[in-house]
Design a protein around this ligand. Structure first.
Ligand code: SF4
Ligand code: SF4
Length: 423
């Protein structure tokens, strides 16, 4: 696809601004009614989905050229897609996120990259990770673990740790705990250790399309060679990449997030949570596990007009409204922990406020990433919870760093931490 293929999406937008808000019937207070971190932080129309659709059209029609202001507009956005949930309610099933992504692809293909992203992409090409780390350290997180390795073993289920869990020393223990929890519950699971590569999804979200193709081929081949049928990951961004993007390229494995697997094992009685965890927590839905975690729906069709006026798609386009993301499994797991109380924030499920770390914002605009996280932490604290818990290392890292730098008074947990406390 190319930006040109989304011309209708750009023209269908009526600039009504509905996508700046969560759907009105879900608003509980003015304080937490906003959907889009970008427009709230930048306070200028171009930094909203509607503004970016205008810019997409202007690019297509040659009315604007490239400059630093345009790059700032294109990349100062987490690509979390809250706007794209609201715009599905508005009209015409506009593919807002796809348009913004195509703009990034176009700029990158035309050599108009963001300098602050360059070292990360260079490192990805050389060391195959998004963490600015050497490849040789990729498997260190699993040192000493008694678990199968795809380099020598056949397994039905591969555990893909992802770049951040592999290299972030503050989070590695979560990946270690998760894989051993599944192994101890009888899952025929293995890791790739030092041979694991980036999923390619994070770079894709930044606008680097070819990188996804390369890494998807490499990963799919390694999994197929080891007899893998199911891919399990504790990372929401990897989950989205495997679940939604790999099938677009033609690779179809069963893809499960760790919290879904743990939820299943709790229901089957293979994981028993018996210890009291007297904690009041609130759950943050990661964008890539929630609204972006819907399965890929193949589609080919064309746009036609009824009576020469009303546009329709034949057959109907898939409507990625966010409703079919993963929301119940993490909540079921939390509600299975004795003594733990789950209290909800105002913006939850597909209407959740982004953590701030996605789309290349954490790397290029750390102040914006921290501001976005602080907004979510304020919402979490308003529930009275002692802790915010999530199921994605990028969310947890951004929350934990913001808590530290801004002196916030709230704990940050991964669901795996809490499950382990209850075992
Ligand atoms: S994308 Fe949809 S919700 Fe946003 S301004 Fe355009 S028409 Fe309105
Ligand atoms: S993806 Fe997020 S930050 Fe970007 S325009 Fe949509 S709501 Fe705003």
């Amino acid at each position: 696809m190319a930006l040109e293929d989304y011309r209708d999406d750009c023209t269908d937008c009526s600039r009504c601004s509905y996508c700046k808000w969560i759907p009105f019937d879900h608003i509980k207070s003015a304080r937490f009614a906003r959907a889009c971190p970008s427009i709230e932080y930048c306070s200028f129309q171009a930094y909203s989905l509607g503004g970016r659709l205008s810019i997409g059209l202007s690019l297509l029609e040659g009315r604007i050229g490239y400059n630093d202001e345009l790059k700032d507009i294109v990349w100062k956005c987490q690509m979390g897609g809250a706007c794209d949930v609201s715009d599905k309610i508005c009209r015409y099933n506009i593919r807002g996120l796809e348009v913004m992504r195509e703009m990034r692809f176009k700029l990158v293909e035309d050599g108009q990259t963001l300098p602050r992203h360059k070292p990360y992409i260079d490192n990805l090409h050389k060391e195959e990770n998004m963490m600015m780390e050497p490849r040789v350290n990729r498997g260190k997180w699993a040192n000493g673990l008694d678990v199968k390795n795809l380099a020598k073993d056949k397994v039905a289920v591969v555990f893909h740790a992802g770049c951040r869990y592999s290299y972030d020393e503050g989070l590695q223990e979560i990946a270690r705990t998760a894989v051993m929890m599944l192994r101890d519950a009888g899952v025929d699971i293995g890791i790739m250790g030092e041979n694991e590569s980036c999923c390619g999804g994070r770079a894709y979200q930044w606008g680097y399309r070819k990188e996804l193709n390369g890494f998807s081929r490499k990963n799919a081949q390694a999994w197929a060679d080891a007899g893998v049928k199911t891919v399990v990951t504790p990372c929401a961004e990897c989950y989205y990449t495997f679940k939604r993007l790999y099938p677009e390229i033609g690779f179809t494995f069963e893809v499960i997030h760790v919290v879904e697997y743990i939820n299943r094992l709790i229901k089957e009685g293979k994981i028993k949570l018996t210890r009291n965890v007297p904690l009041t927590v609130t759950y943050h839905d990661p964008c890539h596990l929630g609204r972006l975690g819907e399965p890929y729906v193949p589609w080919q069709g064309s746009r036609q007009k009824i009576y020469g006026q009303i546009p329709v798609w034949k057959p109907s386009k898939p409507r990625y409204s966010g409703a079919w993301g993963i929301y119940d499994a993490p909540r079921n797991v939390l509600n299975s922990i004795p003594g733990l109380e789950l209290v909800e924030m105002e913006r939850i499920r597909e209407y959740a406020w982004c953590c701030g770390a996605g789309g290349g914002v954490l790397e290029a605009y750390p102040d914006f990433a921290a501001w976005t996280a602080a907004e979510r932490l304020a919402e979490a604290k308003a529930t009275g919870a002692e802790a915010i818990v999530s199921a994605c290392p990028w969310c947890e890292r951004n929350f934990a760093d913001t808590v530290k730098t801004q002196g916030e008074k709230i704990e940050v947990y991964d669901i795996i931490n809490l499950v382990q406390m209850a075992l």
